[in-house]
Design a protein around this ligand. Structure first.
Ligand code: 4AD
Ligand code: MG
Length: 440
């Protein structure tokens, strides 16, 4: 009978996040070296496996001397497997450390470009494929994934059908200034700016739908709130009027925030997020009309001529007046989309809404009740200089059983930025696309 050498890696593979469940057992962790420090006969390896970081203590003599020396000189981000006994240790993050009895270097890394010193954002963005390994970036991606699950759970559990809209479209939904044109077999086509118009067709077929996918806008300015490729969630609901849409938007945002608070405490902590700010996000949210918002701005010495859109600093001021998101409704038609229903009590106004996040994170939701009226939409399409032929299918939705309906679009990255407390939305998507930025 052969005896297993004690230097064999444990056959029980454990995730760092779950190590507390393995105290006193021998397990294997598969990961990367995030740091190594030596002190006399001891090596302290910080091993990261994507779920967390564990301190692994190697005592000289436990391992083969060559392996011990190789570990001591191993560059950060080399991949390795370590196994040993898990010990409770109150001083360690996660409450455990590992006493190593076997290890294997899987892939020795070249000198790692990202170090503990301050790097410029330009440098980090150029190394985005590696930057994702940093604890704050990884925490942001985990929160993003949790938000996506929360979005799907919210709609799936309330009878909405997930409807995938096309990415190639013949016509503009949100104005013609930000279109990405592509050559579609010799004909011009555009990358979608919004799945809404298709969502409307879906709502007439299925009652309640949500479109969830990427949206593309040729944003020609650099801001901390704009990407050229971002993800948008767009519920569309048959028979919903503006007030219904606002109620849904409010409940939905509060649900996402409370899901993240329930499930992502370690990530919010890694990001040093002040969670009391998120705990305040409980309905009802303050609501005001565009005209009331103009008055509020005016009273604070910020004159915005009636009929003009708010700038980011105006939205920041308005958001600073509340610790919850605010809903602004009934914007003038002058700068809003062609499909919005007008306010019957003042035809200059649309039945639209924007939700502005607290703490200066800007507009996270834009939506409206849609016009159900064929003639009105025909006129709008002409006035907005849109190619009528490309909208015939859309007009059919009013020809065949038109009903009141509405919905909204939520920009995923802006919500991730707000919930994570991240200043710039480029860190809220794995590989951001911005003006003149397409690498890596
Ligand atoms: O307000 P928007 O343009 O509305 C629409 O597209 C509607 N068709 C939605 C609907 O009613 N179904 O965009 C919706 C949201 C904005 O509130 C913002 O959060 C986000 O999408 N957004 C962007 N996010 C990142 N980068 C950009 N360039 C964005 N443009 C809009
Ligand atoms: Mg908008």
């Amino acid at each position: 009978m052969t005896v297993e050498p004690t230097t064999t890696l444990s056959s029980t593979i454990a995730r760092v996040r779950d190590l507390a469940e393995h105290v006193a057992s021998n397990v294997r962790v598969q990961g990367w070296l995030s740091n190594c420090r030596s002190s006399g006969k001891l090596l302290f390896l910080q091993v990261r496996d994507g779920s967390g970081i564990v301190q692994c203590v190697v005592r000289k003599g436990t391992l083969d001397d060559d392996l011990f020396e190789a570990l001591k000189r191993l560059p950060n981000e080399s991949s390795l497997e370590v196994s040993g006994t898990v010990k409770a240790d109150e001083r360690s993050p996660g409450g455990v450390e590992m006493s190593v009895d076997a290890a294997r270097i899987v892939g020795e890394a070249a000198e790692y470009p990202i170090t503990n010193k301050e790097h410029s954002t330009g440098f980090l963005m150029q190394h985005r494929h590696l930057w994702l390994r940093s604890s704050k970036q990884a925490a942001t991606l985990r929160i993003r994934a949790r938000i996506i699950k929360s979005i799907r759970d919210y709609f799936d559990s309330r009878g909405y059908v997930c409807l995938d809209a096309p990415m190639f479209t013949p016509a503009a939904c949100e104005g013609t200034s930000t279109l990405f044109e592509v050559d579609y077999f010799g004909e011009p086509a555009y990358l979608t700016q919004s799945g809404q118009l298709y969502g409307e067709a879906g709502a007439m077929a299925l009652g309640k739908v949500y479109v969830f996918g990427p949206a593309f806008r040729a944003e020609k300015s650099k801001t901390r709130r704009h990407l050229t490729e971002f993800w948008m969630v767009e519920p569309e609901i048959a028979y919903a009027e503006l007030d219904d849409v606002m109620d849904i938007a409010e409940e939905y945002i509060a649900t996402i925030v409370s899901d993240v608070l329930a499930d992502c405490r370690p990530e919010l902590e890694a990001l040093e997020r002040d969670v009391s700010k998120l705990e305040a996000v409980v309905p009802p949210f303050p609501r005001m009309t565009y005209t009331e918002a103009i008055e509020k701005l005016g009273a604070a010495g910020r004159e915005v001529p009636w009929g003009e859109d708010f700038g980011a600093p105006d939205e920041d001021y308005l958001s600073s007046t509340s610790d919850k998101p605010i809903l602004i409704h009934r914007y003038p038609a002058s700068f809003k989309a062609f499909y919005m229903k007008r306010d019957p009590s003042d035809e200059r106004l649309t039945l639209s809404l924007d939700m502005i996040a607290p703490e200066g994170y800007g507009e996270i939701i834009g939506g409206s009740e849609r016009s159900a009226d064929l003639e009105f939409l025909e006129k709008q399409i002409a006035e907005h200089d849109l190619p009528r032929a490309d909208f015939e299918w859309y007009l059919d939705l009013r020809r065949y059983g038109t009903v009141p309906h509405g919905g909204f679009g939520m920009g995923l990255e802006r919500v991730v930025a707000w919930i994570c407390g991240t200043q710039h939305i480029r860190e809220c998507i794995p590989f951001p696309r911005m003006l003149n930025k397409i690498y890596p």
